[in-house]
Write a protein that binds this ligand. Structure first.
Ligand code: NAD
Length: 504
């Protein structure tokens, strides 16, 4: 056990502590249990931050802002690089903790958390430094003649926003936080983080990494607890300049409204209901592999998944059969087994919610092709363990765009198939939800897919791939969010433009 935060923990271990101003403190409102979604056992206790804890964290970030924002890009880059070094060196400490609190498969917990988070710190260490790439380099503005003679010249300089409250979702706790923290710090801001209540222990442990890396106290603070208390206190604080939020559209709306009272800058990364459009000329093997991997990855708890598979009617039956075969080949169960692809979802509450969506779809007339139950015995599916919040990978056909399952985000291993007659209909269905995060087009004709992409009301379009590009701008259209990060867009997101004008 660490002598600092108190992680990793056991059921009877004392609660972990909050990380505020480079020091560890008890949660003013006590603590609550963190549960392993695969064993249903308590794996630790997280502090419940009080309003005073949030205030202290914001005050620490405010006090640290002046010094940190005036450090040189090279100094900031050095700190971020050291954080990446320490994170990678301590990967083995993080993996069991992150695996237990998220229920992720050991493959995902090992490869997709600390290494990806460390890469984000490296990326923005470089970002702070690169002239011409960094959004922080002042851009010259054209000189303007004055009526009285002479000229004014100007530059558009980027300045840090100030204190940033980072409120994150549960699915990839460290990665989601690092994706905000690294560009925010690189741009000269200071941060108060509020991780998801289900799995906050790894994010608290990040405090140890900052300590070991010798980061200045107060530039990064972590407060844990519920959204309604800890999160809301951060959003309400007049001393927080910006909220960077990843989570559901419903909570995003609430945060946008609450933060509006103090005119906070907002980066909102919200829910999705991606369309995977399979045109009649698509390579079905590649399309099914891409859709299947997104469907099963992290038990479908990813915002970018193509959960609505729109298929040209001439290929519909082939795609349904191929997706069902894909699901039947997935190993579902114990996340600690290296062969497991699909583990549990995050909580009993969430499992019940996912099951509710499946039951609702069947009641509305959808056809269950596979999955749909907690314990799937048929067609070679494994029998799940007795404990754990498992949902079998579920495929629903005979779905219409008007059904609830085709309109609302499920955030679990559930995919629906909807046929279309022509491109016009495919576009209309794809654009018919309130979301606009990530769509996909599968076609042998890339020019045709590119032209179709222009008509999709979505922040991203993957053509024949479900792979992300971390340098590409990331964010949503419509109710999938506000703002962009990713690559150099991340530096812009965490800075404000200031015009500096002089007579010449
Ligand atoms: P959630 O919206 O339930 O919670 C997200 C965070 O908001 C948590 O830390 C929660 O405690 C906090 N919160 C809740 N109410 C709050 C309030 N009133 N004020 C302040 N904070 C509050 O989301 P979740 O269940 O953790 O994650 C799943 C959702 O996240 C899905 O909708 C998914 O699509 C979305 N997501 C989006 C992206 C993206 O980049 N667009 C990435 C990952 C996840």
């Amino acid at each position: 056990m660490s002598a600092t935060s108190g992680t990793p923990t056991a059921p009877d271990a004392p609660p972990t502590r909050l990380f505020v101003n480079g020091a560890w403190r008890e949660g003013g409102d006590g603590s609550y249990p963190v549960v392993d979604p695969s064993t249903e056992r308590i794996v630790g206790r997280a502090p419940e931050a009080s309003a005073a804890d949030v205030e202290a964290a914001v005050a620490a970030a405010r006090a640290a802002f002046d010094g940190w924002s005036r450090t040189s890009p090279a100094e900031r880059a050095a700190v971020l690089d050291r954080i990446a070094d320490v994170l990678l060196a301590r990967n083995d400490d993080f993996v069991p903790l992150l695996q237990a609190e998220t229920g992720a498969t050991i493959r995902v917990a090992s490869a997709m958390q600390v290494p990806v988070a460390a890469e984000r710190f490296r990326r923005y260490a470089r970002g702070a430094l690169e002239p011409g790439v960094s959004a922080l380099v002042p851009q010259p503005v054209a000189a303007t003649p004055l009526a009285a003679g002479g000229l004014t010249s100007a530059v558009a300089a980027r300045r840090p926003v100030g204190v940033v409250g980072c409120i994150t979702s549960y699915n990839f706790p460290i990665v989601n936080l690092a994706g905000k923290l690294a560009p925010a710090l690189a741009a000269g801001n200071t941060v108060v983080a509020k991780p998801a209540p289900q799995d906050p222990l790894g994010c608290l442990k990040l405090g140890e990494v900052f300590e070991e890396a010798g980061a200045p106290p107060g530039i990064f603070n972590v407060v844990t607890g519920s959204g309604a208390t800890t999160g809301a206190a951060l959003v309400a604080s007049p001393d927080v300049d910006m909220i960077s939020f990843t989570g559901s559209t419903a909570v995003g709306r609430r945060i946008a409204a609450d933060g509006g009272h103090t005119m906070k800058r907002m980066l909102l990364e919200l829910g999705g209901k991606g369309a995977g459009i399979v045109l009649e000329d698509a390579d079905l093997r590649a399309a099914v592999a891409a859709i299947g991997s997104a469907w099963s990855f992290h038990s479908g708890q990813i915002c970018t998944a193509p959960t609505r598979v729109l298929v040209h009617e001439s290929r519909h039956d082939e795609v349904v059969a191929a997706l069902a075969a894909y699901a039947a080949a997935l190993t579902v169960g114990d996340p600690l087994s290296p062969d497991t692809v699909v583990g549990p979802v995050i909580s009993a509450l969430h499992r019940d919610r996912v099951e509710g969506y499946i039951a609702g779809a069947l009641a509305e007339g959808a056809r269950l092709v596979c999955g749909g139950t907690r314990k799937e015995h048929a067609d070679g599916f494994p029998v799940f363990p007795d404990t754990g919040f498992y949902v079998a990978p579920t495929l629903l056909a005979d779905v219409t765009p008007a059904m609830t399952i085709a309109r609302e985000e499920v955030f679990g291993p559930v995919v629906v198939v909807i046929p279309f007659r022509d491109e016009e209909e495919a576009i209309a269905i794809a654009n018919s939800t309130e979301f606009g995060l990530y769509d996909y087009v599968f076609s042998a004709d890339t020019a045709r897919a590119y032209a179709l992409a222009a008509r999709l009301r979505t922040g991203h379009v993957g053509i024949n791939t479900a792979q992300r590009n971390m340098e590409a701008p990331f964010g949503g259209f419509k109710q999938s969010g506000v703002g962009r990060d990713g690559g150099s867009y991340g530096l812009q997101a965490y800075s404000e433009v200031q015009a500096v004008i002089w007579a010449c």
